[in-house]
Design a protein around this ligand. Structure first.
Ligand code: NAP
Ligand code: MG
Length: 494
């Protein structure tokens, strides 16, 4: 597939991208480059600077200077105004962001356009958090003239490590708290989708974010990411990515006891009772997995279906999967784009093979797409039926458009199976019976539960994980607290 020149965003007129450190572009000290691909065509889209430890050192030093410099004198109202300007600028230039993101990681352009209000409102929400950096005072418990209070202060330099599956969303869970609280940051985006983070750094500089407050170091996780997680002058890490890497971050951060916030993997249950409205539940459960080609952390990949509707549900799910248009992400009617990279494509195809080998019934998909789409990393949306919760495809995160249908007979069994996983990111229930819904709401051990819908999130509410899906709530009224130290102050004043 060739992507027309007209579709090249302005930001990619020069496709050789550098690191963004101290308010300007600079090549990595080693001057090595990484190719980054358009997954729809398999062609090189741009090249990135390969940041290493010495580049991370420079970026952290810049962030530290900025933390102690004029940025520290910005009032909450000024930080709020800055975040509002950033939101306005993203809104004004959203078409360019959407095109960059779609070309870089393959998400359909219509999907990212539809997400415009979500992203812009998230930034606006974080502008309100600038006014939430508040401590507490206490009624005096002592006999003397004592005042006790808790004051709060920004933690300092925050390292932000994000994955490739939705960088325009995930970067804000870090930048929002950083800019609202008065911290500074070094962001390490995933090498498979770094371009929108670089464009954002440039835009933020243009609207007045002081130099050094936001730095972006591109590079490999095991080099630049590892160096950031292990850096002695980084105070906190916000990480979104896999559980395996999360464990590496915990180890690396031990060097200086960094504060951590970890958003990790998932294998979320989606429970369909026989009384559910199947006209909604079939597309709802399907898109709870197929959205973004299955590359969403809270995807409801284990679909538990009450046995007496299993046959009908699976037939309709298979028809729905086959009806979805997979193709060029820039076409208006495309619903599923490619998988982000060749490596990830191979992983997903492996799991599709393993599913059949393990004895699950392949109902739809299960293969790479050929013809015009062959040069890209496209797969057919896939449904396996008669999966058991013990199979590999039901236990491991595939991060591709693969649904495992697992039958159940009673609500108790559904709940037991739903919770039989190392993960706890999300879960859902489809029913008209309030009692069954409540049982799942209270019973599913996960940071988010949806009822008769899937995957709706809101920064005002936020989300987090149970078990090995991570810790540290993101969003909500206390989001900014994770970016603040607390200090107990006791004053004796006659
Ligand atoms: P990943 O392999 O864990 O990578 C995430 C980030 O960590 C990337 O920037 C990666 O860099 C970097 N990294 C890799 N190894 C590192 C190391 N040793 N030290 C420091 N950084 C390192 O995850 P992914 O495959 O990109 O993303 C998919 C995963 O993210 C899935 O597990 C998904 O569930 C999870 N996710 C979770 C949430 C959530 O909110 N819970 C949201 C979205 C995604 P490179 O890629 O450049 O090597
Ligand atoms: Mg790419």
């Amino acid at each position: 597939m060739t992507i027309s020149v007209a579709a090249r965003p302005k930001f990619l007129e020069n496709p050789a991208k550098e690191l963004f450190i101290d308010g300007r572009w600079r090549p990595s000290l080693g001057e090595e480059r990484i190719d980054t691909y358009n997954p729809a065509s398999g062609e090189v889209l741009a090249t990135l600077s390969r940041g290493r430890k010495e580049d991370v050192d420079l970026a952290v030093a810049s962030a530290r200077r900025a933390f102690e410099g004029p940025w520290s004198r910005f009032t909450p109202a000024q930080r709020q105004a800055l975040l509002i300007r950033i939101a306005d600028a993203i809104e004004a230039r959203f078409d360019e962001f959407a095109l960059v993101e779609s070309l870089d990681m393959g998400t359909p352009i219509t999907r990212i356009r539809a997400a415009k209000p979500v992203i812009v409102n998230t930034v606006r929400y974080f502008s309100s958090q600038a006014l939430q950096c508040r401590g507490e005072t206490f009624a005096n418990p002592y006999a003397g003239p004592v005042t006790s209070m808790i004051v709060k202060a920004p933690v300092g330099v925050v390292g932000g490590i994000i994955p490739w599956n939705g960088p325009m969303f995930s970067i804000w869970w870090i930048l929002g708290g950083v800019l609202a609280s008065g911290c500074t940051t070094v962001i390490k985006p995933a090498e498979d989708a770094s371009l929108s983070s670089l464009l954002l750094a440039q835009l933020m500089h243009e609207v007045g974010v002081p130099e050094g407050v936001v730095n972006v170091v591109t590079g490999f996780g095991a080099e630049a990411g590892q160096a950031l997680a292990a850096h002695e002058d980084v105070d906190r890490i916000g990480f979104t990515g896999s559980t395996v890497t999360g464990r590496e971050i915990i180890k690396a951060s031990a060097v200086n006891m960094k504060r951590l916030q970890l958003e990790l993997g998932g294998k979320s249950p989606d429970v369909i009772f026989a009384d559910a409205d199947l006209d909604r539940a079939v597309p709802g459960a399907a898109m709870g997995v197929f959205n973004n080609t299955g590359q969403i952390c809270y995807a409801g990949t284990r679909v538990f279906v009450e046995r007496r509707i299993q046959e009908e549900f699976v037939a309709r799910l298979g028809d729905f999967a086959r009806s979805l248009k997979v193709g060029n992400p820039l076409e208006e009617d495309t619903v599923l784009g490619p998988i982000v990279s060749r490596r990830q494509l191979d992983r997903v195809l492996d799991y599709m093979r393993i599913g059949s080998e393990e004895g699950a019934t392949l109902v739809a998909g299960g293969h790479q797409l050929e013809g015009d789409l062959a040069p890209g990393y496209f797969v057919a949306p896939t449904v396996f039926d008669n999966v058991s919760n013990a199979m590999k495809i039901a236990r491991e995160e595939i991060f591709g458009p693969v649904i495992s249908v697992i039958p159940f007979d009673t609500p108790e069994e559904a709940l037991q199976l739903a919770n039989d996983t190392q993960y706890g990111l999300g879960g859902a229930v489809w029913t008209r019976d309030l009692g069954k819904a409540m049982k799942m709401i209270h019973g599913i051990k996960a940071g988010a539960v949806w009822v008769n819908c899937y995957g709706i999130t809101d920064p005002m509410i936020g989300f987090g994980g149970y078990k090995q899906s991570g810790y540290g709530w993101k969003g909500g009224t206390h989001h900014v607290d994770g970016f603040l130290y607390e200090k107990a102050v006791t004053i004796w004043a006659e």
